[in-house]
Design a binder for this molecule. Structure first.
Ligand code: TPP
Ligand code: DXP
Ligand code: MG
Length: 622
C-alpha cells in the first residue's frame, strides 16, 4: 500500500506523481473504514483529500503553516503528518482529537473548532512571521460555509492591505452542513457557472451579429452593459476589487493543477485567494448523495451507509422540533432563526411548514441574535435556536441588542452541557455563567422532554429575553407525573423529605434522582428539587427549605464560576442561612473530547461520585 510509505510529515513528497490518484483512493478508503467505526466528520474530509495532498506537496511543514477553518476537514492532514494510529482512538477520551491541536502535533499551527477564524489567525501568523524576519508560507483554508461568517470579512478587510504573501484557500463544495445559503453562496455559484456564462455570451454575440437589422446595435448595447455583468460573473471581482488577488476557480480534485497554482501563489507579495472547487463526500456514494447526513456521521455500515445504532427514543432536539411546529401553527407571530444549523437544531420541519417565518442566516450567530432583536422590536416572537458553545459568539448582541432593550427574544440553547466527542471547543458548559450575568435575561432548564415542551410554551409568551437550555442527545422520559404548570421563578419539589436537599438543574435532575435513590438505600432522608429557573433562582423555596435540611447540594452541568451553585451560595450568605452547601459543577477548566458518561466520571459529576461526596460532607455535619 502507498499509504504505508507515509509515516511522517513530508513523506508524501517521495510518492511518484503518477501514484497520486491511487494514494488519494487509499486515503479515502482508510477514512471511510475508520470513521465508520468511530464516527466523525466524513463528508468534508473526503472532499478535501486532494486539496490536502496538494498543500503538503507545495509546502514544507512544520515550517510552513496551515490553518484549517473549523478544523473538521483536517483528517488527511493528520494522516500525512504521522498520526495514522490516532484514527483508532479518534474523538475518544484520551485519544486523537477531531480538530487540529497544537499540543497534538507541531504540524498543527492553530487550534480551531468554531468557524470563520482562520483568516484572522492566519493574518496574525503572517504578521508575526514578518516581524520576526522569518520566511515561511502561511495558508488559511476556509470553506464556502465558513465564508458566511462575519469574522471572515473583518479579516479579509484587514488582509487586503497585506504587502507580503498570505495564501487563503477557499474550499468551495457548495455546502455548509446543510445547503449553503445567502448572497455569498449565490456569488460563489455565479463564479462556478462563469464558464457556462462565457460560452452563452459568445453564442449570443454571434447569433445577434448575424441578424440583419438590429443585430450590430444590440451587440454594442450588450458590450456597454458588460461591465455590470462583469461584476456578477467575472471570477473573483469582489476579492480583486478589495485588493486581494483572486486565482481560480481551480479543480480541487486535480492535484497537479493545484500544486502549480499554489507554487505560483506563494510568489505573490500580497494576500491571494485561491478558489478551489471540491465535492463534499467525494468517492463514497452515500456521502455524495446525503452530504448533510455524512457531515458529522455516527458509526455506520460501509456497505449501505446506514447508521449502526438506530435510535429508539427521541432526543431533545426532536422534541424542540415538534413543539416549534405546534407553536408556529398556534401563533403566526412566531418566527425561527438558525445560524446554519437547520438540521442540528431541528428547525428543518419548521422551515418546511412555514418557510416565510424561517430564517437561516448562515454561520452568523452575532447577526442572528441582533436580527432576532429587530424582529422582536417589530412585534414578532423570535425563537433563536443556537448551540450553547456557538452562542458564545454573540455575547454582546445578547447584551447590547436584546437585553438592554428588554426585547422578548427566546433563546433555544441546544447542546448545553457536555457534548462529548467534539471536545473543548464544543462543550456547552459556560452558558449559565455568561447569560446569567446579563440584566433582564431569564434562564430555564427542563428536567425531561415534557418540561421542554411546557417551557417553550411559557417562553414564547414571556415578555422579556428568556433562554432555555437543554442537552445533546436522548431526552429524559422519566418523572412524567411531575408536570406542575411552569410558574415564573419557581422550582418544583419532586420529593420532599429532610436532612439533605438536592437542588438540580435540567439534565442533572435525572442524575440527582439516582443519587437520591442510592442515598435512600443507605438510610438518608433526602429531598429533590427541580430548579427549573436558574435566573431568577427560587429564593423563597431555598429559604423555606433551610428549616428542614442540614445539607444543601446543587447539581448543574456548567462550570463553577457564575453558575447556579454560586448563585445559591451568594443568596445563602446574603440571607445568613447558615447551612452547609455542596456545589456539584464542572470545574473551571476546558473539558476534552470523549464519551459523556466517561467525562462525567472524570469530572466527578456522575452519580457514584456525587453520592460519595455527599456522604463525606454529611459525616462532617453530624
Ligand atoms: C461559530 C460556529 N457556528 C457553527 C458551527 C457548526 N459548523 C461546523 S462546520 C459547519 C459548516 C461549514 O461549512 P464549510 O466551511 O463550507 O465546510 P464544509 O463542511 O462544507 O467542508 C458548521 C455550520 C461552527 N463550527 N462554528
Ligand atoms: C464541526 C462542527 O462544529 C459541527 O459539525 C458539530 O460537530 C456538530 O455537532 P452535532 O453533532 O452535535 O450536531
Ligand atoms: Mg462547504
Amino acid at each position: 500500500m502507498l499509504l504505508d510509505n507515509i509515516q511522517k510529515v513530508n513523506d508524501i513528497k517521495n510518492i511518484d506523481e503518477k501514484d497520486y490518484p491511487a494514494l488519494a483512493g487509499e486515503i479515502r478508503e482508510f477514512l471511510i473504514e475508520k470513521i465508520s467505526v468511530t464516527g466523525g466528520h466524513l463528508g468534508s474530509n473526503l472532499g478535501a483529500v486532494e486539496l490536502t495532498m496538494a498543500l503538503h506537496l507545495a509546502l514544507k511543514l512544520p515550517d510552513d503553516k496551515i490553518i484549517w477553518d473549523v478544523g473538521h476537514q483536517s483528517y488527511t492532514h493528520k494522516l500525512l503528518t504521522g498520526r495514522r494510529d490516532g484514527f483508532e482512538t479518534l474523538r475518544k477520551y484520551g485519544g486523537m482529537s477531531g480538530f487540529p491541536k497544537r499540543k497534538e502535533s507541531n504540524c498543527d499551527s492553530f487550534d480551531t473548532g468554531h468557524s470563520s477564524t482562520s483568516i484572522s489567525a492566519g493574518l496574525g501568523l503572517v504578521k508575526a512571521r514578518d516581524l520576526n524576519g522569518e520566511k515561511h508560507t502561511v495558508v488559511s483554508v476556509i470553506g464556502d460555509g465558513s465564508l458566511t461568517g462575519g469574522m471572515a470579512y473583518e479579516a479579509l478587510n484587514n488582509a487586503a492591505r497585506q504587502e507580503t504573501n498570505f495564501m487563503i484557500i477557499l474550499n468551495d463544495n457548495n455546502m455548509s452542513i446543510s445547503e449553503n445559503v445567502g448572497g455569498v453562496s449565490k456569488y460563489l455559484n455565479n463564479i462556478r457557472t462563469a464558464g457556462s456564462y462565457l460560452d452563452l455570451r459568445d453564442g449570443v454575440y454571434n447569433t445577434l451579429k448575424d441578424m440583419p437589422k438590429y443585430g450590430e446595435q444590440m451587440v454594442k448595447f450588450i458590450r456597454r452593459a458588460k461591465n455590470s455583468f462583469k461584476q456578477l460573473v467575472i471570477p473573483g471581482m469582489f476579492f480583486e476589487d478589495m485588493g486581494i488577488t483572486y486565482l481560480g476557480p481551480v479543480d480541487g480534485h486535480n492535484i497537479g493543477q493545484m500544486v502549480r497554482v499554489f507554487q505560483e501563489a506563494k510568489k505573490i507579495k500580497k494576500s491571494v485567494l485561491i478558489h478551489v472547487i471540491t465535492e463534499k463526500g467525494k468517492g463514497y456514494k452515500p456521502a455524495e448523495r446525503h452530504p448533510a447526513r455524512f457531515h458529522g456521521a455516527e458509526p455506520f455500515d460501509v456497505e449501505t451507509g446506514l447508521p449502526l445504532r438506530s435510535r429508539t427514543k427521541a432526543n431533545y432536539t426532536d422534541i424542540f422540533s415538534t413543539v416549534m411546529t405546534k407553536l408556529g401553527q398556534r401563533d403566526e407571530k412566531v418566527v425561527a432563526i438558525t445560524a446554519a444549523m437547520p438540521d442540528g437544531t431541528g428547525l428543518k420541519r419548521f422551515k418546511n411548514m412555514y418557510p416565510d417565518r424561517f430564517f437561516d442566516v448562515g454561520i452568523a450567530e452575532a447577526h442572528a441574535v441582533t436580527f432576532a432583536a429587530g424582529l422582536a422590536a417589530g412585534g414578532l416572537k423570535p425563537i433563536v435556536a443556537i448551540y450553547s458553545s456557538f452562542l458564545q459568539r454573540a455575547y454582546d448582541q445578547v447584551l447590547h441588542d436584546v437585553c438592554i432593550q428588554n426585547l422578548p427574544v427566546v433563546f433555544a440553547i441546544d447542546r448545553a452541557g457536555l457534548v462529548g466527542s467534539d471536545g473543548e471547543t464544543h462543550q456547552g458548559i459556560f452558558d449559565l455563567s455568561y447569560l446569567s450575568s446579563i440584566p433582564n435575561m431569564h434562564i430555564m432548564a427542563p428536567k425531561n422532554k415534557w418540561e421542554l415542551s411546557d417551557m417553550m410554551k411559557f417562553a414564547v409568551d414571556f415578555e422579556a429575553p428568556i433562554a432555555l437550555r437543554y442537552p445533546r442527545g436522548e431526552a429524559y422520559d422519566g418523572l412524567k407525573e411531575y408536570r406542575a404548570p411552569i410558574v415564573y421563578g419557581k422550582g418544583e419539589y419532586i420529593y420532599e423529605e429532610e436532612d439533605i436537599c438536592l437542588l438540580a438543574v435540567g439534565s442533572m435532575v435525572k442524575v440527582a434522582e439516582q443519587v437520591r435513590k442510592e442515598l435512600k438505600e443507605k438510610g438518608y432522608s433526602c429531598s429533590l428539587v427541580n430548579a427549573r429557573f436558574v435566573k431568577p433562582i427560587d429564593e423563597e423555596l431555598i429559604e423555606e427549605a433551610a428549616t428542614g435540611h442540614k445539607l444543601f447540594v446543587t447539581l448543574e452541568e456548567n462550570v463553577a464560576s457564575g453558575g447556579f451553585g454560586e448563585k445559591v451560595r451568594e443568596f445563602m450568605d446574603r440571607k445568613e442561612i447558615g447551612k452547609t452547601l455542596l456545589t456539584v459543577t464542572i470545574p473551571d477548566e476546558y473539558v476534552e473530547h470523549g464519551n459523556v458518561d466517561l467525562l462525567r466520571q472524570e469530572i466527578g459529576i456522575d452519580e457514584d461520585s456525587v453520592v460519595k461526596r455527599i456522604i463525606t460532607e454529611y459525616a462532617v455535619l453530624k
